[in-house]
Design a protein around this ligand. Structure first.
Ligand code: PMP
Length: 436
């Protein structure tokens, strides 16, 4: 039998405190660390066979065609309740036309890194537009949101510095913190008293102190307390870095993100976002003052050593920002739809945690229940994502539902009926409550 360790190999940098949930190979499955590559692969195969035998494997489900509020999968027409495309912009005619025109004008690749041969006027236009959308002097593009977090942390922090993270920060933030060589610590999710204590303890001991958090926590749908975290950073001389992956386009009355939501323009020092969620493209960006952005263009390794965003994806993102501002009904409808679904779920008796956004968890307890519920809902015509340990803490498995602007009231009511019925059939809800 191979020796099996829990979670983290000993050779990994240790930082401080327990590592957040980034140690995930198969979402919802326990990662084990074996001594040899062959043992690692056979561990994975055994776990996969076990899940498939119980009809509980719900990853890599193929979708045929564009992902909007309805999708086709395995020959079925399903209501999609798991996509990050909060504004329903995938397949928008203006955005598709902009991408197609960019293929005709620029081709499909940039042919190099930005600093050398991959820098085009299209990238310059997109960066200027993103800066305007984010309310900052300048912005810099990267090839994904994940890469952006790694780029920022490894460029802004290093040995002798401290990175403080919310315990539920995204894996790419954790990976950036591990890679940069700074000491790192986590505060208990949402507990800014804990953050304050960590900041006090750090006083005078480090060079730079970065406080890094998601704006919308991706598994829970709750918002960062921006007023309090910004005030703490000011008081303790720390820089506030916020990942707006789930808030750009989706939070704030016009979709400009968490500062707009709280009416606190300028509160964030380093604004990070992705072009792959409400904006239907791929890529990531950092928006900030001109000095910061110029520094990142010359000192962040993924900008220097990785190819530029392909022109069609840049053109799609550029057009999408105009569409978001030209069609404000989308942001409004996304918020209304989220409220309608959340209220309906709560009326049925589900625990939706602290969600106030388009991400709505339906907490069910252990992993098997979440996988079984997802299977029952697929059978009833819903595409949903079950999330288990270690993506979330043990005993907090859930469906992570996401709402789109393009969902109709009928689709949301259909979803509620299906969730109520399936929950009652699996004994997760009382039958009378399920019909509420
Ligand atoms: N940050 C957060 C909070 C995310 O949820 C994600 C993706 N799920 C990312 C960063 C990575 O973004 P991308 O998919 O564009 O790489």
């Amino acid at each position: 039998m191979p020796r099996v360790h829990q979670a983290i190999p000993a050779s990994r940098p240790t930082g401080a405190g327990a590592l957040p949930w980034s140690e995930t190979i198969m979402s919802g499955t326990q990662r084990e660390w074996h001594d040899t590559v062959a043992a690692r692969i056979s561990g994975y195969l055994a776990r996969r066979r076990e899940l498939e035998a119980d009809d509980r494997y719900h990853l890599l489900t193929p979708i045929d065609g564009p992902t909007n509020h309805r999708v086709r999968s395995r020959g079925r027409d399903l209501v999609m309740l798991g996509s990050y495309s909060y504004l329903g912009l995938i397949g928008h005619p203006r955005i598709d036309a902009a991408a197609a025109a960019a293929v005709a004008e620029w081709g499909t690749g940039a042919g190099g890194v930005r600093l050398l041969t991959g820098h085009t006027t299209l990238h310059e236009r997109l960066e200027a537009r993103l800066a305007r959308f984010a309310g900052r002097e300048d912005a810099v593009l990267y090839s994904s949101g994940y890469v952006t977090n790694v780029a920022v942390l490894s460029a802004l922090a290093g040995p002798g510095d401290l990175v403080l993270m919310d315990k539920l920060d995204h894996a790419s933030i954790v990976d950036g913190a591990l890679l940069c060589g700074a000491r790192w610590r986590t505060w208990r999710h949402g507990d800014l008293g804990h953050l304050e204590r960590l900041l006090r303890e750090a006083r005078g001991k480090y060079g730079a102190v970065l406080v890094v958090a998601d704006s919308v926590f991706s598994m829970d749908g709750d918002l960062l307390d921006l007023p309090c975290s910004a005030a703490l950073c000011r008081e303790h001389g720390a820089r506030l870095v916020v990942d707006e992956a789930h808030s750009i386009g989706a939070v704030g009355h016009a979709g400009h993100g968490i500062e707009e939501h709280f009416g606190m323009e300028g509160a964030i020092d380093v604004k990070i976002g992705t072009l792959s969620k409400a904006i239907p493209s791929v890529g990531g960006y950092v928006a900030g003052d001109a000095g910061l952005v110029g520094y990142l263009r010359h000192y962040s390794r993924p900008f220097i050593f990785s190819a530029a965003l392909p022109p069609p994806q840049a053109a799609a993102a550029l057009e999408a920002l105009d569409v978001i501002e030209a069609e404000p009904w989308r942001v409004r409808r996304a918020h209304e739809n989220a409220e309608r679904l959340r209220r309906g779920l709560q009326a049925q008796g589900w625990d939706t945690g602290g969600s106030t956004t388009c991400v709505i968890p339906v907490l069910v307890g252990d992993d098997a229940k979440a996988f079984d519920l997802a299977r029952e809902l697929f059978a009833r015509g819903l595409f949903v994502c079950p999330i288990g340990h270690p993506a979330v803490p043990k005993g907090q498995a859930r469906l992570r539902l996401t709402v789109m602007a393009t969902h109709t009231a009928e689709e949301l009511d259909f979803a509620l009926e299906a969730i109520g019925e399936a929950g009652a059939a699996l004994g997760l809800l009382r039958r009378e409550a399920a019909g509420a």
